[in-house]
Design a protein around this ligand. Structure first.
Ligand SMILES: *Cc1c(COP(=O)(O)O)cnc(C)c1O
Length: 412
């Protein structure tokens, strides 16, 4: 099965009377015919469901399809993308451990890694994440390498194969946040990454109608149980130790489960992921080219020929698609606000991956509470505008940005 066929025909866990989508099991608990049977379900000796925080058939359907799309062994879904990032890292780390991370991160992830310091988990940020910089930053306490595939909003792209190679060499898992790329563009597990996380609130859901996250385990990392004592209790699970501990321990206990209704909305959204990404990326490239060539603003879009990541995008991503986020430099905060306020179609909202175009001034919103250094590391400037390109007709988007930029230039 190829990708778009998988989106529609990838096996769900059971057949549900032929229903083409999973039913929404909107319940908290599942009743069983005997105490013995519930005991077996609890001990994982028989398949079945007990309580929705632990497992739910609608949620399981979404997880199954995500695992299939990413080429993973299993997927665990979460209440949000932030929950997915937290759970993926807390599942393997113990006090005193260190994370090596790209310094170009989603604002919330920056905040989370700062929270981790309170529990003795330290992050070494690298402004360039490659084999050389990682080698130089390794310490005996390094336990994981973390990166966003296409950094948001810096839009730098990591070379997964190169990072996976260093990670393997040092016995470290490579965890990739692939939110901005999606499996429609690249499946990091196929290129050597060990764990993939998503904010499925974005492109996977697609319509901006539910918050959620997902963790996909490739099931190929060879866990050293002395180095990762957090997983030691799951040693008999071998390569499945990561997901086994998530499900039976940390994810279950933190209670960051996905609601069945939201899992169902994701199942619906997923079916058009391939189609949407293709069109969103095409629109993004066309809009980026138009702004660069005709509107006199510097544009950052990895799919542009002039972009320094163009060659990597061409090599690493299906059909050389560069994602659907672009940023532009307007010259000042006043001009940025003017451009944003004069757009007709682009909604002013702090989100990405919607069907409609969204626009944001990152410095005064998601980075409003960040210090100068964090902003610089994340490629956030006072005059920067971020665009999450939507499915509108490209002619309308081009017209919209052209007219808004004329007004902005008059404003000056
Ligand atoms: C949005 C986002 C998150 C956080 O996801 P939520 O669903 O908002 O909790 C994490 N990483 C990236 C790259 C994101 O864009």
């Amino acid at each position: 099965m190829r990708f778009n066929t998988k989106l529609l025909h990838g096996k769900f866990p059971s057949d549900w009377s032929g229903s083409t989508l999973p039913p929404i099991y909107q319940v908290s608990a599942f009743a069983h015919e005997s105490a013995e049977r519930l005991e077996k379900v609890f001990l994982n000796k028989e398949p079945g469901f007990a309580y929705t925080r632990i497992a739910n058939p609608t949620v399981a359907a979404f997880e199954r399809r995500m695992a299939l799309l990413e080429g993973g062994m299993d997927a665990v879904s979460c209440s949000s993308g932030m929950a997915a990032v937290s759970m993926a890292l807390l599942n393997i780390l113990s006090t005193g451990d260190e994370i090596i991370s790209s310094s170009s991160l989603f604002g919330g992830t920056f905040g989370l890694l700062a929270n981790f310091e309170q529990f003795g988990l330290h992050t070494n940020y690298l402004s360039e994440l490659n084999a050389e910089t990682v080698e130089a930053a390794l310490t005996p306490h390094t336990k994981v390498i973390f990166a966003e595939l296409i950094g948001n909003p810096k839009l730098d792209v990591v070379d997964i194969r190169e990072l996976a190679y260093v990670a393997e060499r040092h016995g470290l898992p490579l965890v990739i946040d692939a939110t901005t790329a999606t499996p429609a563009l690249v499946r990091p597990l196929e290129q050597g990454a060990h764990i993939v996380v998503h904010s499925s609130s974005k492109y996977i859901n697609g319509s901006g109608d539910a918050i959620s996250g997902v963790i996909v385990d490739g099931g190929r990392f060879d866990w050293d149980f002395e180095k990762y004592p957090a997983l030691a209790g799951y040693q008999q699970m071998g390569k499945f130790a990561f997901t086994a501990r998530l499900r039976q321990d940390i994810w279950r206990n933190f209670g960051a489960c996905l609601a069945p209704q939201n899992a169902w909305l994701n199942c619906v959204g997923l079916e058009t992921l391939g189609l949407r990404m293709e069109r969103l990326c095409k629109n993004s490239l066309a809009l980026a080219e138009h702004i660069e060539q005709n509107l006199g603003m510097a544009v950052n879009y990895p799919g542009l020929k002039s972009n320094s990541y163009h060659a990597l995008i061409a090599k690493q991503m299906d059909d050389g698609l560069g994602g659907a986020i672009l940023t532009l430099r307007t010259g000042s905060k006043k001009r940025a606000f003017s451009l944003i306020d004069n757009l007709r179609y682009a909604k002013i909202a702090t989100n990405i991956g919607d069907v409609r175009t969204l626009v944001l001034h990152p410095a005064s919103t998601i980075y409003a509470h960040s210090d100068e250094q964090t902003m610089q590391l994340s490629g956030v400037y006072d005059d920067l505008v971020r665009i999450s390109v939507g499915l509108e007709d490209i002619e309308d988007l081009i017209e919209d940005f052209t007219l808004a930029s004329i007004v902005m230039n008059g404003d000056r």
